[in-house]
Write a protein that binds this ligand. Structure first.
Ligand SMILES: Cc1ncc(COP(=O)(O)O)c(C=O)c1O
Length: 444
């Protein structure tokens, strides 16, 4: 082993404690173990304890830790190239762009690559501004999350509602703009207490009103996560997306899908294809590079794309290694990974639903592929959120060797989003550990 690597791997608990003072974090729920190595769906900490990872590390390690096929292709390709300037073409970039275009909805054929999810949303915003003129505003849904760059912060979660607690509060306001918000069609609990179909109609009516009277001229685009992940794993109804598409056409604004979390994880490459409603721009990130950094936008043939005059230029926007791993992963998607994701996701979903019989606190299970959220409430009638308990269950999960995510506007949603390669006995292990964690907290 390289001497430096053995020095790093050999850092003592005292050194780790001392060095941690130098690490400055701007987010993420800390308090978990220090991770040392992983394989498949499992990761080990520095104490040698193992965990099944239901977060896939920011939901991005679709093929799990240290995937053999991905590692092999990395080793081969790394002998040839890693970083290439955006201005030079490579076979890897041609191949991946072609592959993504061939899988995307018809008429979406141009791909621009970039360095991360937030910058990819901003790339989509630039395309929207270029094509919809004059325009000033972007519209997004209540409780959406689209990144923490200065350009996307205002579109994210509760930033427009809360000065102080999130996203640096007012300190970033000089360069952060609030986005115009439209109501999200929540199916589990809506503020008016009406049935879901009626609430969808109300959301759509309000959206029309806001487009007419709540924006400064024509909005450049509406940015939508087909499954609102941070908001609490809210799966948008197909009818809502169909009608939103019509509203965007009527008001001549662009429909932009943030597919950063749904890509592949829902058991289909693109949410646009799954829901059968095509947007004008699709944004990808997170799992796109099979664990290596990569993000992209795919745009409709109807739109004017980027020009080569430095409208969109990033040092690391042509990462050859990530493009090779992304292409390999797409091949693996077709050779069983997505089918497994659909099958194991449905199994996990049905078993989690069955937990409601013993734990009425399991108020709702929302599942599409391996995109799963469990909403905890005090009882199924009142649906009062169990925020504190959700945090405690996450901690109990660590004790049982299970890494869970938490989220939702009320912080009462547990997220179960493991790598897509998970098998049946690993699903059973998740269910067993999850139930034990529920029992520790809810039946103590
Ligand atoms: C739906 C969605 N959009 C955008 C982002 C931002 O991506 P990144 O963290 O790569 O900037 C995220 C990240 O969590 C996300 O979940």
């Amino acid at each position: 082993m390289d001497k430096l690597l053995s020095q790093i791997y050999g850092l003592s608990p005292e050194q780790l404690k001392a060095y941690s003072a130098h690490v400055m974090l701007g987010g993420g729920s800390r308090g978990g173990p220090i991770l040392e190595r992983g394989k498949g769906v499992r990761v080990w900490d520095t104490e040698g304890k193992d965990y099944i990872d239901c977060t896939s590390q920011s939901w991005a390690l679709y093929l799990g830790y240290a995937n053999d096929a991905i590692n092999a292709i990395i080793h081969e390709h790394i002998e040839n190239m890693t970083h290439i300037h955006q201005g030079f073409d490579t076979k890897a970039r041609y191949y991946l762009a072609h592959k993504l275009a061939s899988l995307a909805p018809a008429g979406m054929n141009r791909v621009s690559f970039t360095v991360g999810g937030g910058p990819a949303i901003e790339a989509a915003m630039k395309i929207a501004f270029k094509n919809i003129q004059p325009s000033r505003d972007f519209v997004t849904l209540f409780d959406s999350y689209h990144g923490t760059t200065l350009g996307t912060m205002g579109a994210s979660w509760i930033s427009t509602k809360s000065i102080g607690k999130f996203f640096g509060g007012s300190r970033f306001l000089p360069l952060t703009r609030a986005f115009v918000r439209i109501p999200n069609p929540v199916t589990y609990r809506n503020p008016l207490g009406v049935d879901t179909e009626t609430y969808i109609d109300i959301c759509l009516t309000m959206t029309r009103e806001i487009f007419q009277r709540g924006t400064s001229g024509k909005p450049a685009g509406v940015i939508v996560e087909p499954i609102q992940a941070s908001a609490g794993q809210l799966i948008l109804p197909t009818r809502y997306l169909q009608e939103l598409r019509k509203i965007c056409d009527e008001f001549e604004t662009l429909l932009i899908y943030d597919e950063i979390q749904t890509f592949g994880r829902i058991g289909d490459v693109f949410a646009a294809n799954h829901f059968g409603v095509a947007p004008d721009i699709i944004v990808l990130g997170k799992g796109l590079g099979a664990g290596l950094p990569l993000a992209a936008i795919i745009i409709s043939d109807k739109l004017e794309g980027f020009q080569g005059d430095t409208e969109e230029l990033h040092t690391f926007a042509n990462p050859s290694l990530s493009m090779i791993t992304a292409a390999k992963q797409l091949e693996m998607f077709e050779n069983g990974v997505l089918a497994n994701c659909r099958e194991m996701g449905a199994y996990l979903g049905s078993q989690l639903c069955a937990l409601c019989a013993t734990y009425p606190e399991v108020g709702d299970v929302r599942q599409l592929g391996m995109h799963i959220g469990v909403e905890l409430v005090d009882d199924p009638e009142s649906k009062n959120p169990l925020e504190k308990e959700a945090g405690e269950i996450r901690k109990a999960g660590f004790r049982h060797g299970l890494i869970l995510g938490t989220g939702g506007v009320r912080r009462n949603v547990l997220k179960i989003k493991p790598p897509l390669i998970i098998n049946r006995s690993e699903c059973d292990e998740i269910l067993e550990k999850f139930t034990a964690s529920l029992c520790d907290v809810l039946r103590k």
